[in-house]
Design a protein around this ligand. Structure first.
Ligand SMILES: [Zn+2]
Length: 294
């Protein structure tokens, strides 16, 4: 005889993401997992709610955790912004399979993030300034840039040019999406061309590089801003350090490819802590005022 008899169906069998919705039994469960998180910077255990309240920055050591595209838009824009250019999905042009089919990777990522791909475009107000904001989502296949990310950013650029509103891109990406091969690489040229038109139209573009911004994203739009700024400690680079060391046969210096190092070497215009980011962008836009006509 057992100590404790459980009626079938009294408790949900598993606490998967789908199990949280609507079920009374699930609502009564006290969840303790995910309340605490270990900081990657200072190794201390921090209360998740404190982290959330502090824009996902460690209150003890100021380590900047990643911020999702939705949260990023919410933190930067005033309420009432509108999400635009959604609904695009990758067609898997190469029918690519590595350890699992790319189609499955895409559907898993869609389910996990609730997004169609690694990007969201929004139109709204940043302080007093009407802007177009494009924010990347690292948790969607490493924020990689395939045809959908490329097209969505290109649409944000065109929108900025036609509406004469400054463009802000928040980059967070492992680079081009290898599962789309040359199609991802072509996005670099497409976005760069659109940005050149934006420049001709004299509409400002600010890129915010967050941890990490690497590969084909760094090699195209992330470094093409009128102002290129980064969050503290962000990893920013093209190839990884090991590949570079093997190529140039030299040991790389301390802090190589971190935001502060790149600022010192002139690759960036500023390193701005997340809590100051919004006010910094507002001041920059005050300064860059867009004229009504080109
Ligand atoms: Zn910390």
């Amino acid at each position: 005889m057992s100590w404790f008899k459980r009626e079938d169906g009294e408790f949900p069998a598993s606490g998967g993401p789908g199990a949280e919705n609507g079920s009374d039994a699930a609502a009564k469960t006290v969840r303790t997992e995910g309340l605490w998180i270990k900081c990657l910077g200072c190794r201390q255990t921090i209360f998740k709610a404190d982290l959330d309240a502090n824009l996902n920055v460690c209150p003890k050591c100021q380590h900047h955790f990643k911020l999702g595209a939705r949260q990023r838009i919410e933190k930067l824009l005033e309420p009432g912004y509108e999400l635009v250019d959604g609904g695009l999905r990758s067609t898997d042009p190469l029918n690519f399979v590595d350890v699992k089919p790319y189609k499955n990777r895409l559907s898993d990522a869609r389910e996990a993030t609730g997004l169609d791909d690694a990007i969201l475009n929004a139109v709204g107000l940043l302080g007093p300034h009407p802007v177009i904001l494009s924010a990347m989502e690292y948790s969607f296949i490493g924020g990689s840039m395939g045809a959908v990310v490329g097209e969505t950013i290109a649409r944000a650029v065109d929108r900025a040019r036609l509406d004469r509103k400054p463009l802000i891109v928040v980059a967070a990406s492992g680079g081009a999406r290898m599962m789309e091969g040359v199609v991802s690489l072509m996005q670099m040229a497409k976005i760069s061309t659109a940005l050149a038109q934006l420049d001709d139209a004299r509409v400002p573009y600010i890129c915010v590089l967050t941890d990490p911004t690497t590969g084909g994203v760094t090699a195209s739009f992330a470094m093409l801003g009128d102002l290129n700024i980064a969050e503290p400690g962000a990893l920013i680079g093209f190839a990884g350090p090991r590949v570079i060391e093997q190529t140039i046969r030299q040991k790389l210096p301390e802090g190589f490819q971190r935001a502060e190092f790149l600022l010192e070497k002139g690759f960036l215009d500023a390193v701005v802590p997340r809590r100051n980011l919004k006010s910094y962008l507002i001041r920059a836009l005050d300064f860059m005022k867009v004229s009504e006509v080109a």
